[in-house]
Design a protein around this ligand. Structure first.
Ligand SMILES: C[S@@+](CC[C@H](N)C(=O)[O-])C[C@H]1O[C@@H](n2cnc3c(N)ncnc32)[C@H](O)[C@@H]1O
Length: 751
């Protein structure tokens, strides 16, 4: 939804074709055992050379290529390994066959070179028979959170479950690991590490206390990964229950720092206590619960903490923070100004809770599931204000490696789709999120994934199974492109800086509840964004038990076929009244309409005012090309020229004309408004404002220009029918709220 799909654009299309060819050529070698594989020394030398070249490039002052577009290719989908380790058999590297997933088997490998990071982390690994292979590890944590050298340590030992051996991009052969759960790193004391690869004797036979001290030192020096590993080794040694509790408490802290909140909760001993809970345990559990968005649990835990340990000041601070979240969650009350201020902080991650208003997910006939109202709501009413499940914001003003999500072209030869933006980064981010915190998985994996058949197993050997291709599929069908704020898009609308507008939607994210909303061009809700909060408001009065819809792509005058093409990714054809009407309109009428639109454009280009009568004539003719009433089927070709005309009249202070044309803008968009025209009676009530009012019988389509239309009305009424101006101002405010998400900034921008 609003993501930059470039599948149809020429230069990119060639890349897709190339990628398909490469895959086809590789497929022809399926099952082959390559005879021309490089010898071990050559694989290592080539890798070291590449690593050095990359390092030199990084050191060179002109190396900042964050603004360059990178391409990422998605492999043909395959399911992650769900076999328990015990059910797998070891195989040597020499038996690997090309383009094959070696189901039922595993390889045991040791890292022999330092890693390099490209799209994947790459390192050369060997098996027990000294055979070497290049291994590509995809979807690993970003460098800023876990440097490649920490993820893939030289001499580290791992198991690759059901390995996938293939021809790589450069024509060499290698193992490709797309699913993080297919890779198991072994600790130095693991029985599966062969004797010849074991560390020196001194590493073995340490006591719990020794491991714990090492863990503490690692934590002090900031190496949380190492610390967590050491605490885990400590817990594998014999300890008293009290010692174990302390070690777990320390590991809870490292897990919090590593954003492994599920594990932190467990370590903190959260749950019904059988012994008096520790102060640190309660506090750390509360922080983990907050980070997981479990605000009521967090609130309860902090209350227990403060009851047991009333002097805990940090707990008290957290309590006040969580109370704010609960107010947002329960009542949908937000401090929107503070929300805007927080959009300047990087990384973008607003500290707000999700409000789910009077809506519920239910089956929607012919459209899977949908979101429905549980009660009648009014135009402008808040229905959802949702914190992103995950998002990658591409900050146009920040090119630093640490804070920018990379814009890349993600090429999926399997689905024939190419998207530009942060989609590739979002896959990695969500894979890692689910890997670290599997409790978050059900909300995400329940989202629509089309015909993709995911494995039914969620845990193997006590570890979560994360399917990269399921994540990609869900993102493809549910992700939203988003600007930093809809307000900035709203204010910049109509500006000639198309490039900036393009960039506005390079960022993408997942909002779970909003994902249940189906598409309609003639929709009844609209989404807007403030940072990573998505706000959904009713664009008209909606009765109870009505399905909510918004547009996945903004409908405009591109025509029926193009519009359906833009929806192709989601696998349905829109059957809204506008699409149905357009589909059934005779071709010659469409042609006539297009001709009139062309004439109108030319007329508008003429010097101001000179062509006004002609414009009016053309508009009347254009109006006549529509059959159904605009109240039932909005007339997409009309609102824009009427608005241009309004601006011209406004520039000449022709208030009555402004009112007449603005009402036509609104009528074209489907609004039904009674008593707003400048009839003689409206003029005569000029001095008696008491009960003067117009009635909006129906709100229409909610594009950004509706706000401008209401503002024109409001200002024009001030001159000729002041009794109506207050009401028009209120409508402008409501339209603004619908478009930008809030109205606290309305007066500042429309004084
Ligand atoms: C973001 S999901 C919306 C929620 C989805 N219906 C579900 O069951 O989870 C997008 C998918 O919903 C379905 N969908 C959305 N709008 C539709 C429409 N107007 N007609 C038919 N199917 C629609 C399509 O299958 C589409 O790929």
């Amino acid at each position: 939804m609003d993501v930059k799909d470039v599948s149809e654009s020429g230069p990119y299309f060639k890349l897709l074709e190339q990628q398909k060819k490469t895959l086809q050529t590789a497929q022809k070698r399926k099952g082959e055992r390559p005879r021309d594989a490089k010898p071990r020394s050559k694989i290592i030398d080539d890798h070291m050379m590449q690593s050095m070249t990359m390092h030199m490039r990084e050191l060179s002052p002109s190396s900042n290529d964050n603004h360059m577009i990178h391409s990422s290719f998605l492999a043909p989908p395959y399911t992650p390994s769900v076999a328990p380790f015990k059910a797998l058999k070891k195989m040597p590297l020499k038996d690997l066959r090309l383009e094959t997933h070696h189901r039922g088997l595993y390889v045991l490998l040791r890292v022999v070179t330092p890693p390099t990071r490209m799209t994947a982390i790459m390192a050369v690994m060997e098996d027990e028979a000294d055979q070497a292979v290049m291994v590509q590890l995809y979807q690993q944590e970003e460098e800023k959170y876990r440097p490649a050298r920490v993820s893939v340590k030289k001499w580290g030992v791992c198991i690759v479950k059901e390995p996938y051996f293939k021809v790589m991009g450069d024509g060499d052969y290698g193992l490709r690991i797309d699913h993080v759960s297919d890779l198991i790193w072994l600790s130095e004391t693991d029985d599966r590490v062969p004797l010849q690869w074991r560390p020196q004797i001194s590493q073995l036979g340490k006591t719990a206390d020794e491991w714990k001290s090492e863990g503490n030192n690692a934590l002090k020096s900031g190496d949380c990964f190492d610390a967590a590993e050491k605490y885990t080794l400590a817990l594998q040694c014999p300890t008293t229950s009290e010692e174990a509790r302390i070690i777990k408490m320390n590991r809870a802290l490292t897990n919090l720092k590593l954003r492994r909140y599920d594990a932190a909760l467990l370590d903190a001993g959260w749950g019904p206590p059988d012994v008096k809970p520790l102060e640190k345990g309660l506090y750390r559990a509360a922080r983990a619960l907050y980070a997981l968005g479990r605000f009521p649990d967090c609130y309860d835990t902090l209350n227990v903490l403060l009851k047991e340990y009333p002097g805990n000041e940090e707990g008290r601070k957290e309590l006040s923070r969580v109370k704010n979240r609960l107010t947002e969650q329960k009542h949908g009350r937000y401090d929107f100004k503070a929300m805007y201020a927080a959009t300047n902080i990087r990384p973008l991650d607003l500290d707000h809770a999700t409000y789910i208003g009077p809506v519920v997910v239910k089956p929607a006939e012919g459209r899977g599931r949908g979101l429905f109202t549980t009660k009648g709501v009014k135009a402008g009413e808040l229905l959802l204000c949702e914190k992103a499940f995950s998002q990658c914001y591409a900050d146009p003003g920040d090119s630093s490696e640490s804070s920018s999500s990379k814009i890349s072209l993600l090429i999926n030869a399997h689905t024939n789709r190419m998207v530009m933006g942060t989609h590739a980064d979002l896959i990695t981010k969500i894979v890692q999120q689910l890997w670290r915190n599997p409790s978050l998985a059900p909300a995400f994996t329940s989202l629509h994934h089309g015909s993709y058949k995911p494995v039914q197993v969620t845990y193997v050997d006590d570890m979560p199974v994360v399917d990269t291709f399921l994540v990609d599929r869900i993102i493809s069908l549910n992700a939203f492109g988003f600007p930093l704020t809809s307000l900035s898009s709203h204010l910049g609308r109509g500006s000639p800086d198309d490039e900036q507008k393009e960039k506005d939607y390079h960022s993408c994210g997942i909002w779970v509840q909003a994902s249940y909303i189906n598409h309609s061009c003639y929709s009844n809700v609209r989404r807007s964004f403030i940072g990573d909060m998505q706000i959904i408001r009713a664009v008209r009065d909606i009765p109870a038990d009505t399905e909510l819809t918004f547009w996945y792509q903004v409908p405009n005058t591109e025509g029926y076929d193009k519009r359906q093409q833009k929806l192709q990714n989601w696998g349905f054809q829109c059957q809204c009244v506008m699409c149905t009407e357009e589909k059934n309109t005779p071709k010659n009428t469409i042609k006539k309409r297009e001709g009139l639109l062309g004439d109108l454009k030319a007329a508008f280009r003429a010097p101001s005012g000179a062509q006004l009568p002609k414009v009016e004539r053309l508009l009347t003719a254009l109006d006549k090309t529509y059959q159904a009433s605009a109240a039932r089927v909005p007339r997409l070709a009309l609102w824009d020229p009427y608005l241009l005309l309004t601006r011209m009249y406004a520039a000449q202070n022709l208030s009555e004309k402004v009112i007449a044309t603005t009402l036509k803008v609104l009528a074209s968009l489907g609004f039904v408004i009674k008593g707003a025209e400048m009839t003689p009676s409206a003029k005569s009530t000029r001095s008696t404002p008491a009960n003067a009012a117009f009635v909006i019988e129906q709100w229409g389509l909610a594009n950004d220009y509706v706000v401008e239309a209401w503002v024109h009305l409001w200002k024009a009424y001030m001159h000729v029918a002041p009794q109506l101006s207050g009401q028009a101002e209120e409508c402008a405010r409501t339209a603004y709220r619908i478009c930008v998400g809030e109205d606290v900034t309305f007066d500042q921008h429309y004084p």
